[in-house]
Design a protein around this ligand. Structure first.
Ligand code: FAD
Length: 324
């Protein structure tokens, strides 16, 4: 993951070339043949914008396993974009999760978002069966373990000695984890959220991606608190364009975030709520980038119009090859 970070300061007399902020997308596996067809069109446009990576969500208890793997494979085999697989721990045994991880790694996926996982539909948080895992940190450790076991070392050519090989330690995978600017609904305090993030980094995570949020300060304060506690991995802000009042209610239901009343009012009273949602997400993106965010991760809802409009607005859309 390229990108500068809050608090990165060059030493005296050292010139550091500015690193452009990155952008990336999240999408979910299509749930019907019609949705699959529609996704092809939007995916082609998202891919053409040259994102850093595209992450693909994973349904509760592996319910979207084949669909997720299908989209990840499509990205690997047909595009230059790096796919990131969301991988959830809920309800899984270590043995099952290891087996599934091997399948993902065998398919060529080397980038994961390790998550505890949402409860399946109809299951309350308090009824959730976590299986062998007590937290996402344990999943982070397992992913590194399975990768080390598959590929304990790699060989390098030795320059000037044809045929000679040098052993190096095995390829590292990218393991992202979730972070919560306004706290995880289960968390009792800010300190618990930061401790959870520290534990994830200690377990081997090398990137955090945040839950959606509606005020730049929510993200910037989380980053400040995380840095003060010793978290060093980049923390990418997750930004969701919300294009209607109905969608806002659904997004809050899923995320547990508090109602952003100004945005609600603007969506409710505008004749063009989609433009309101795009402008809000673009302003949020500009503010977090100005505050030092290493990039933006856009929740696409499997569409391309809003994410590309936001990137254009903030000046990150440089590709001139976006299909109509
Ligand atoms: P953890 O880090 O394990 O813990 C979450 C919180 O619970 C922490 O605040 C921790 O303090 C608290 N906690 C943990 N254990 C305990 C305990 N024993 N007692 C009290 N509190 C505890 N879900 C999906 O199902 N599929 C997806 O594809 C998906 N993608 C996501 C992408 C992003 C960017 C984000 C932010 C979330 C995503 N989610 C997804 C949702 C995620 O699975 C849930 O938010 C889940 O509740 C938390 O996951 P975690 O990995 O942060 O869990």
């Amino acid at each position: 993951m390229a990108g500068h970070e809050i608090g990165d300061a060059p030493g005296p007399g050292v010139t550091v070339a500015p690193v452009a902020p990155t952008f990336s997308f999240e999408l979910w596996p299509p749930r019907s043949p019609t949705a699959k067809e529609a996704l092809q069109v939007h995916l082609a446009r998202l891919v053409a914008s040259r994102p850093e990576f595209i992450s693909v969500t994973y349904g509760a208890n592996g319910s979207s396993r084949d669909g997720s793997l299908g989209v990840l494979r499509y990205l690997l085999e047909n595009t230059d974009v790096s796919p990131m697989a969301h991988f959830t721990a809920v309800g899984s045994t270590f043995a099952d999760a290891s087996q599934l991880l091997r399948e993902f790694l065998d398919a060529g996926i080397t980038s994961f978002l390790a998550l505890r996982g949402d409860p399946p539909v109809g299951v309350l948080e308090e009824e959730l069966v976590l299986g062998d895992f007590r937290s996402a940190s344990e999943l982070v450790q397992l992913i590194h373990g399975v990768q080390r076991e598959r590929e304990p070392f790699v060989t390098h050519e030795v320059r000037g000695f044809p045929g000679a090989k040098r052993l190096g330690s095995g390829r590292k995978v990218t393991i992202a984890v979730a972070a919560f600017p306004n706290g995880h609904p289960l968390s009792r305090s800010r300190a618990q959220d930061i401790d959870t993030l520290l534990a994830k980094e200690a377990a081997g995570a090398n990137l955090a991606i945040t839950q959606l949020f509606f005020e730049a300060d929510d993200y910037l304060q989380l980053v400040d608190d995380a840095r003060a506690a010793g978290v060093t991995m980049p923390i990418l802000p997750g930004i969701q364009p919300v294009l209607s009042e109905q969608r806002l209610h659904r997004v809050l239901e899923l995320s547990g975030e508090a109602m952003p009343t100004e945005l609600l009012h603007a969506l409710r009273t505008s004749a063009d709520p989609a433009s309101v949602g795009i402008a809000h997400a673009a302003a949020l993106s500009r503010a977090v980038l100005a505050g030092g965010a290493p990039g933006i991760h856009l929740y696409t809802s499997n569409r391309s119009e809003a994410p590309l409009a936001i990137l254009d607005d903030v000046g990150l859309l440089t590709s001139r090859e976006i299909p109509a």
